[in-house]
Design a protein around this ligand. Structure first.
Ligand code: GLV
Ligand code: GLV
Length: 322
């Protein structure tokens, strides 16, 4: 009989369409996440699980699935929601979707850089609420990117592409810190420095690292203190890399200049979050990869990973788990 796949959400059709001919597909066909109980029930006996970053894939899920489960394909580049140790223990392969979303995420990161540095949140509010009086020489001035030093914390695929996007804006310097040097960094003129050196010298600090044990809560009081008072902090990785209370204090007290966040803790961010009271904090609802083309490619790649794992062939993009 055909292998069975459970898809945890309504997703772009490109992925399910690839699975349909050779698999028995079951799907939570809604825009809201599958309830945990439903997931635990539906995953039973499945050969594959097609999930999103909103589903915690832990030992409980793998146990509920049973021994047929061969692969979990997440339609995301981040896989901090998946317990890799448990997957290894249960002999379950993990697929993710790097590459296809890189340009979209870099683009949205640029949007946050421009929005914060040119104070677009305040500017749009002024137009809407009637505080736009007249043209004023010193009103709503921001630092801009021309001549700036940009620090990229995590020069992976996404950080690298952001560096490429930055060049035509005339940035003076691109610094990066990471666990290892990126051998291609010189192609985008990015210089490897210590995190402290990056923080001290950057006008913009971009978080583009994965959420791991090492990066969890990394952007805290101490780090914000090491940044310039005018520094603009941008996060398009995971909310978990930031200590959000420390960020609020840093923004409120002027320890740093502004922040642009596509990711928060929790998501959705409650509407009474103090961050939302700040003019110098721009929050987006985790939309970095949200272009039609990208989401469709992510769905397709997730399906291809699953099909390859089911067929015992090499998965196009497997999470290394050893
Ligand atoms: C989105 O955050 C992703 O990990 O793809
Ligand atoms: C993610 O794709 C990264 O490596 O930056």
């Amino acid at each position: 009989s055909k292998p069975s796949v459970y898809i945890t959400r309504r997703v772009p059709e490109s992925g399910p369409a690839l699975l349909a001919p050779s698999c028995q597909v079951e799907q939570w066909n809604k825009d809201d996440p599958v309830p945990r109980e439903e997931l635990l029930k539906r995953v039973q006996g499945k050969d594959a699980l097609f999930c999103l970053l909103t589903e915690k894939i832990d030992e409980e899920v793998l146990k509920a699935a049973g021994p047929q489960l061969k692969v979990v394909g997440t339609m995301s580049v981040g896989y901090d929601h998946i317990d890799l140790t448990a997957c290894k223990k249960y002999n379950v392969k993990v697929g993710f979707t790097p590459g296809v979303l890189t340009n979209a995420v870099a683009e949205l990161t640029m949007a946050l850089l421009l929005t914060t540095s040119r104070r677009l949140k305040e500017a749009m509010a002024a137009v809407a609420n009637g505080t736009w009086g007249t043209w004023k020489p010193m009103w709503l001035c921001g630092p801009g990117l021309d001549g700036a030093t940009v620090g990229i914390v995590g020069l992976g695929r996404i950080g690298f592409t952001i560096a490429q996007c930055l060049r035509p804006f005339g940035v003076a310097k691109i610094l990066y810190s990471d666990k290892f040097e990126n051998p291609h960094a010189s192609e985008v003129g990015a210089t490897y420095v210590s995190k402290d050196e990056l923080l001290a010298n950057s006008d913009f600090v971009l978080a583009t690292c994965a959420l791991t044990e090492e990066t969890k809560g990394m952007f805290n009081k101490d780090l914000f203190k090491k940044m310039k008072k005018s520094a603009i902090f941008i996060n398009t990785s995971r909310g978990g890399v930031v200590n959000q209370e420390d960020l609020y204090e840093a923004l409120k007290s002027g320890e740093i200049g502004a922040a642009g966040l596509d990711v928060t803790t929790p998501e959705p961010l409650p509407t009474d979050s103090p961050l939302l009271t700040l003019d110098n904090c721009v929050v987006l609802p985790h939309i970095a990869s949200a272009t039609d083309k990208t989401r469709s490619a992510m769905s397709e790649l997730t399906a291809k990973n699953i099909l390859a794992a089911l067929n015992g062939t090499e998965m196009p993009t497997e999470v290394k788990n050893d």
